[in-house]
Design a protein around this ligand. Structure first.
Ligand SMILES: [Zn+2]
Ligand SMILES: [Zn+2]
Length: 267
């Protein structure tokens, strides 16, 4: 469905960069469409690279795709210098998260922060899909999806879903699953009570806010599997940690986390 929508959009509007709106060369778009129509299987990394080039200009893409940054092995925060604690940042050293690893496009600042705000505030579906493809590319480049059996998203309480009608995390997860050709199941998790927005709470209150807020809907579907959990932003990691706790308790082997941006409040 999302794919048909995206193709219709390309037909109706000349292609523009999803960030700066500058025009994208028709050749890039045609080359991508040609690849899509080829019967021969295309390696998923090549397919993603050509998909990205047909939606982002070279300048924005070079700023948003950063495979070789120094990052914390566990929480994915981008570090300005090597952590004195080895692979982990100081935050992770103290926390001992339940998820195995997290990865992101970058820290929640500058251009990436503006894109996330635009995606969430304007319920911008085309932008959400393109950010999802960017994250898929990042996760493939970091060998993150090789051991994944199933992709899901941080769930939202039904009342918030009803009020907003737009679920960024779910749309991102669905896009990533399609891009990397893995199963997507948004129904394995449920948000059973309304929580306060994590972004409005002090760090110390965030763990309490999400404690026992989620439940696993279909434990039989996840036995012994490795799950990739997708969200838009991760700041303290309290939500991802709580969901990882209940997934592992219900039989999941390992939880990996993918987010568009990593809250940069840690060193
Ligand atoms: Zn651009
Ligand atoms: Zn960390």
């Amino acid at each position: 469905m999302l794919e048909i929508k995206s193709k219709m959009r390309t037909l109706c509007f000349p292609p523009q960069c999803a960030n700066c709106q500058s025009g994208i060369s028709q050749t890039e778009v045609q080359q991508h469409q040609l690849r899509e129509n080829l019967a021969a299987p295309v390696h998923r990394h090549d397919r993603l690279a050509s998909l990205l080039k047909s939606h982002w200009c070279d300048q924005c893409l070079s700023k948003l795709v950063r495979h070789k940054c120094l990052t914390c092995w566990t929480c994915g925060v981008h570090l300005s210098q090597q952590s004195p604690l080895g692979k982990r940042c100081a935050h992770c050293f103290k926390k001992n998260f339940r998820f195995t690893r997290a990865n992101s496009l970058g820290n929640y600042q500058g251009q990436l922060q503006n894109l996330v705000i635009r995606m969430k505030n304007q319920h911008d579906e085309p932008l959400t899909i393109q950010l999802g493809n960017l994250l898929a590319n990042q996760l493939v480049g970091a060998n993150f999806v090789d051991n994944i059996d199933l992709i899901t998203a941080v769930p939202t309480h039904w009342w918030r879903r009803f009020k907003r009608g737009f679920q960024a995390a779910e749309m991102l997860a669905e896009t990533i699953a399609r891009a990397v050709n893995l199963e997507f199941n948004p129904a394995i998790l449920k948000c059973q009570r309304s929580t306060k927005k994590q972004g409005l709470l002090a760090n110390t209150l965030r763990e309490k806010n999400v404690q026992n807020a989620f439940s696993v809907n279909r434990p039989l579907l996840i036995q012994g599997k490795n799950v990739l959990l997708i969200d838009d932003v991760m700041t303290t990691g309290a939500t991802a940690n709580e969901i990882s706790r209940i997934l592992i308790r219900s039989g999941v082997q390992k939880v990996y986390v993918g987010v568009i941006a990593r809250g940069a409040r840690v060193s």
